[in-house]
Design a protein around this ligand. Structure first.
Ligand code: DGY
Length: 331
């Protein structure tokens, strides 16, 4: 009997290269056609009988979806580095491989965006842009929109994995910053290359002028930065989050901003994403602070990174369906 053609379900249109690679490998590929998250009902219907799923971070892949896909499902190749949208244990129990997309191009893109936020905060770029565009620039003044240097300041990286290391390189080689980091494991390469000092998170928060988060969202990292952590930070320090929204307790962040406990924040990811604020019962809105820069989860949004993510996801599927080890498995 001829072997059935594997079928792949992709939950959103994205860079073509990955889709082409999957088709060239001989698979039947179906792509959700709309440019918005697939409704749960449709997801449950459309995954039925698939050999591979290629979801986005907006799709919750849990027991229900895995059951709906059925026994033929071999691999879930997430189109993201983060995989908090996937119940990895539920997949493991069923013998389904889960993969993600930690490509250099993605790491570098996120590191660049982290710096875009840091520079914008330090040099008040968003405020200056609004000021100039509003026609307010009447005369030069030595006190107009003064910011702070990055040069000579201390960057504290929480999570010294691949993205953290790409941020570290920029900080030391590009901006003459000092580096401290906290991580469960020491990163000897970082220490050797950039004279980075490993500190407890508490000590890091007390020391750093800029704190940048690069941890995955896990039960242990949910609200990693909350009231007690803000209390440790310097009043002149900035927080940058390009990791996952719930790593920061949004209510605590709002309070820290309101009481000027910290100097500002650059936020790319939100606790109740895509909502910018979880609730407005305390009449505090992230967008109301001039010293807060918000971007809508675009840290990895470069053409190069998106292409790479598309190819890595496809190559993971091709590897697993050919009986080879996945390239970037989630463990
Ligand atoms: C990731 O890869 O996890 C980003 O958050 C989305 O590209």
């Amino acid at each position: 009997m001829a072997k059935a053609t594997p079928t792949v379900y992709v939950t959103r249109r994205f860079a073509d290269s990955g889709i082409k690679a999957l088709k060239s490998a001989g698979y039947k590929v179906d792509v959700y056609s709309e440019d918005k998250p697939i409704p749960r009902k449709e997801l449950l219907k459309n995954v039925k009988g698939r050999t591979a799923l290629l979801p986005l971070l907006t799709d919750r892949i849990d027991d229900k979806v895995l059951d709906a896909a059925g026994k033929g499902l071999k691999v879930v190749a997430n189109y993201a580095v983060g995989f908090d949208n996937i119940d990895v244990e539920a997949a493991k129990k069923r013998g389904i491989t889960v993969t993600n997309t930690p490509h250099d191009k993605v790491n570098e893109a996120v590191a660049e965006h982290t710096f875009a936020l840091m520079i914008s905060l330090a040099r008040r770029i968003a405020e200056a842009d609004a000021y100039a565009k509003a026609g307010k620039y009447g005369h030069w003044s030595p006190t107009l929109l003064t910011g702070t240097d990055l040069y000579g300041k201390t960057l504290g990286i929480i999570g010294a994995g691949r993205i953290g290391a790409a941020v570290a390189r920029r900080a030391v080689m590009g901006f003459g910053m000092k580096l401290v980091y906290s991580d469960m494991r020491p990163n000897k390469d970082l220490e050797k290359a950039y004279d980075a000092k490993r500190l407890t998170m508490e000590k890091l928060l007390e020391t750093a002028d800029f704190v940048s988060l690069h941890v995955p969202l896990l039960p242990s990292t949910r609200h990693l930065i909350s009231t007690a952590e803000f209390a440790l930070m310097k009043k002149t320090a900035f927080l940058v989050n390009t990791a996952r929204g719930p790593v920061v307790d949004e209510k605590a962040l709002l309070r820290a901003l309101k009481t000027k406990r910290i100097a500002g924040a650059g936020i790319d990811v939100f606790e109740c994403e895509p909502a910018i604020d979880c609730d407005l019962t305390d009449n505090l809105e992230l967008k109301s602070f001039p010293n807060v820069i918000l971007t809508p989860h675009i840290a990895s949004a470069t053409i190069e990174a998106r292409e790479a993510m598309s190819m890595v996801a496809a190559e993971n599927i091709i590897a697993v369906l050919s009986g080879k080890p996945p390239i970037t498995p989630v463990k």
